[in-house]
Design a protein around this ligand. Sequence first.
Ligand SMILES: *Cc1c(COP(=O)(O)O)cnc(C)c1O
Length: 330
Amino acid sequence: MIDLRSDTVTRPTDGMRTAIARAEVGDDVYGEDPSVTALEAEVAELFGHEAALFVPSGTMANQIALTTLLPPGSELLCDADAHIVTYEAGAAAAVGGISTRTVVGPSAGVLDVDAWLAQVRLPGYPGSPTTAAAVENSHMRGGGAVLPYDDLKRLRAGVPALHLDGARIWNASVASGVTFAEYGALFDTLSVCLSKGLGAPVGSLVVSTADRIAVARRRRHVLGGAMRQAGFLAAAGRYALAHHVDRLADDHERAHRLASALDSFVDPGTVRTNLVLLTVDDPAAVVRAAAEEGVLLSVFGPRTVRAMTHLDVDDEGLDRAIRVLSRVLG
Ligand SMILES: *Cc1c(COP(=O)(O)O)cnc(C)c1O
């Protein structure tokens, strides 16, 4: 099977399994897990922030970060296709008491800064002033789009606080050449994910100031996300940071190659990272037919099929996927 459904499906490599097996661990609720502590310090430094917190999922990372910026009853501005409002089970409202105001952009993954700024409700606004905004980079529903750095900078200047859903900030940085520290400088809080393209089995981090991370640590406990010998997972994450970041360029090249071979269904020029959205008449039929020939894709919308490249798809696998999909779509 060539599994292109998501970049979450990767399994640990032999090197990662060795790192997991050898991890030094302790009780992280006591602050005694050296692997977790080291991972948190590494990631904070990478993004030029004071501190970071290891959490079980990207959803938890986003939602904990948001509660450190937005008190209950306040308003978050984000786009209508943001993961935060489309895949997180209403957590901003259910967990944080946060109301979300969504910007409907020209298309998902295009940051129309003027449209965002026009929707900011300034301090003193009698109902819900906009307390923070959140952006996603790369943008998943936007086909893995990379948001232009200058646009992000302009948005930063016009909002009281800014959160990054950086589940795939690794892909954005490799594609754009903007460093992690340059991205880090724009945001009050970031969430970053180790279990997408980086190929670790589990885990995300919240990145911010030491004060906010202290609050975040307490929130993680409230949500039941405080883990004990989590160093086994942190060790996988540290291995991924050391070995699996630069290679994302290969995933991007393969995604581009897939799109170029199927250019009646996607404009290859829109493929910046590891995600390809194919426009087809009957997504369910395409997914079924491809699966019968050993290629897994996901239904993504009424006329859209999603394919993602990742660590477990090599050139040979991609060539096979291209042959199968050319036949199925043709
Ligand atoms: C996957 C993802 C997350 C986090 O998802 P979890 O499944 O909770 O780890 C957050 N944002 C984006 C854009 C994602 O793709």
